[in-house]
Design a protein around this ligand. Structure first.
Ligand code: G3I
Length: 355
């Protein structure tokens, strides 16, 4: 089904490009514990709960005060820098790398023995203007991206356990997003990015991270086609991240999300829910919205817990006081005063494996 479907979308061409691309013969190396890092977390059995992580930004870490840090350390076990590792933040001008803000978050995580998810090496947003507005041949842009990935991953080698190597490569209907990487390099940019990241840190687990692929629909089918093509070509992909930015009126049934996760697990990949939040604004009574939000948190957590390959759920922030979608949408497990919401209790309950 996927082959025929992909053909209708031209994805077979993409998959063939991946298969025919410059594929290192490297297998996806199982990451070993980094020096100074906690032992890599793996769910050794389905009876073990997935780990809980949070996106953290340096402004909150610096200025939010003790309740933020207390809540983070009390309830979360891993950290994703929310935006400090984006290309526009790390290399704002060519050859000029600014790691300080991201280093601060990584140092905090390492100090507290919390694994770090590097986010993200290649994306079509947060691309610095010197890249976006440059005049590049394919060879020149490949060389630039190779240097960038090698520099960044080498800088964090031994401090970052896993990377979102490529973020959001697909459009809603399952085609390759027309980023500068796709337009100038072509679909091979995906396999090249994974190969270069693996060369820079063979121990890091390498993810492809996507949103809107939590349903059994064209985008998810295209993601499966892309990822299975990478695996078949021996590209060192170690995991798939499902962002799970959900809404009260747009969230997958538990059976459907569990089925999607099982399908990708069958490829031998680690899976993670990487950016969970639930947009819960609106005019309906607050209690009803918070109850609906909690139900969605529980569904996502329980779907991950049901599939042993799903090892971590990361919420995209901690408190409604600091969220990319605005406080009025109340998307996170703790309210603006760090009080646990129904979503928090539902998240915890969902993470507890059944049976
Ligand atoms: O904090 C700085 C501030 O110091 C500076 O003065 C100001 C003006 O430049 O920018 C502030 O940083 C902003 C940052 O959010 C913190 O608010 C950046 O401009 C802004 O671009 C950044 O947006 C982030 C966005 O990705 C783009 O990187 C969001 O925080 C972040 O939540 C969002 O996260 C994305 C994931 O990376 C990928 N999946 C979707 C998700 C939501 O869009």
């Amino acid at each position: 089904m996927f082959g025929k479907f992909a053909l209708s979308l031209g994805l077979t061409v993409t998959a063939a490009a991946v298969l025919g691309g410059l594929c290192g013969s490297v297998a996806s190396a199982a990451p070993a514990p980094h020096a100074g890092q906690p032992a890599v977390f793996n769910r050794t059995s389905a009876a073990e709960a997935p780990q809980l992580g949070a996106a953290v930004n340096d402004v909150m870490l610096d200025k939010a005060g003790p309740r933020y840090v207390q809540t983070l350390l009390a309830h979360y076990r891993s950290i994703t820098p929310e935006w400090e590792m984006e290309m526009s933040q790390l290399e704002p001008s060519r050859g000029h790398f600014t790691f300080a803000r991201a280093d601060q978050i990584v140092a905090f995580a390492n100090r507290h023995h919390m694994p770090v998810r590097g986010h993200t090496l290649v994306w079509d947003e947060m691309v610095p203007s010197w890249v976006l507005h440059g005049s590049w041949t394919r060879a020149q842009l490949e060389s630039m991206l190779h240097t960038y990935i090698t520099t960044v991953v080498s800088h964090y080698r031994g401090k970052v356990e896993e990377w979102d190597v490529v973020n959001e490569p697909l459009t809603t209907d399952g085609h390759m997003r027309q980023s500068i990487w796709e337009r100038v390099i072509g679909p091979d940019y995906v396999s090249l990015a994974f190969r270069w990241a693996h060369e820079a840190d063979p121990h890091a687990r390498l993810f492809l991270n996507e949103y809107g692929a939590e349903w059994n629909d064209p985008k998810e089918h295209a993601l499966y086609q892309l990822v299975s093509g990478l695996k078949a070509a021996g590209i060192p992909i170690g995991g798939v991240g499902f962002q799970a930015h959900l809404l009260l009126d747009a969230h997958p049934p538990q059976a459907e999300l569990t089925g999607v996760l099982r399908q990708f697990a069958a490829l031998g990949l680690r899976l993670e829910i990487t950016e969970l939040d639930v947009r819960a604004g609106g005019s309906a009574p607050l209690a009803r919205r918070m109850a609906e939000e909690a139900s969605i948190y529980r569904t996502v957590a329980a779907s991950c817990a049901a599939v042993r390959a799903c090892a971590r759920v990361t919420t995209w922030g901690i408190t409604d006081a600091a969220t990319w979608i605005g406080t009025s949408n109340r998307p996170l497990p703790f309210d603006t005063h760090y009080r646990a919401k129904p979503a928090w209790y539902a998240l915890r309950a969902g993470l507890t494996p059944r049976g």
